[in-house]
Design a protein around this ligand. Structure first.
Ligand code: ADP
Length: 202
């Protein structure tokens, strides 16, 4: 059997990555989620958690021994060298686990959903890239409605992510998610059929 075609799916915060991914999953497409893997590699019992605790001290641990992600985010938010240290530890581990999951998945194609697909270089693990794109106002409105965070926090995240133009330029398939969920579904179905064809070598 052929190896599956590997398709990355990305987009800015609130662009509709999760909504699009849920539609692909409904069509039976296997999904690997880089955010879930990023949480797995710092579970209690993982060597990365021990190394993080050794480096930052027990203040980054919760009373149950798990990682205090909010505290860690606070520390690295104001310190680029600590952020770089953490990324140098975690990114290779996340990458390794993505590769392992990909190798366990059968044909025809799979989706790797990742907010930082391009920024982290995970796009080099995939054959095709889908970008979900919306204008920034819609991104802001949908994120505010979903997360109950304030506008300033979303603006900070938006500023830290790559520009819409640069992300879209990397797309093999671009989803325009300014419309409603029915319009999103229609585009997902069209891309699904194109990818199935591509995966079968047509
Ligand atoms: P991401 O995973 O890229 O951060 P989500 O998929 O969570 O974004 O979408 C952000 C919010 O917008 C969610 O609450 C989602 O249900 C909603 N949403 C996504 N696409 C649409 C759409 N086409 N129409 C209306 N709401 C949408």
């Amino acid at each position: 059997m052929n190896a599956p075609l590997k398709v990355g799916l990305t987009g800015g915060i609130g662009s509709g990555k999760s909504a699009a991914t849920a539609l692909f999953a409904e069509l039976g497409v296997p999904v690997i989620d880089a955010d879930i893997i990023a949480r797995e590699v710092v579970q209690p019992g993982e060597s990365a958690l021990q190394r993080i605790a050794d480096h930052f001290g027990s203040e980054v641990l919760l009373s149950d021994g798990g990682l205090d992600r909010a505290r860690l985010r606070e520390i690295i938010f104001n310190d680029n060298s600590e952020k770089a240290w953490l990324e140098a530890l975690l990114h290779p581990l996340i990458r390794e686990r993505i590769v392992e999951r990909i190798s366990q998945t059968g044909p025809a194609y799979l989706i790797l959903v990742s907010p930082l697909l391009i920024e982290s270089g995970q796009d080099r693990l995939v054959d095709q890239v889908i970008v979900v794109d919306v204008d920034e106002q819609t991104q802001m409105e949908r994120t505010l409605a979903r997360d109950g965070v304030d506008r300033e926090q979303v603006e900070q995240i938006l500023a830290a992510q790559m520009s819409r133009q640069a992300r879209s330029a990397r797309a093999d398939y671009l989803i325009d998610n300014r419309g409603d969920l029915a319009a999103l579904r229609e585009q997902v179905e069209r891309i699904h059929h194109a990818l199935l064809k591509q995966a079968c070598g047509e």
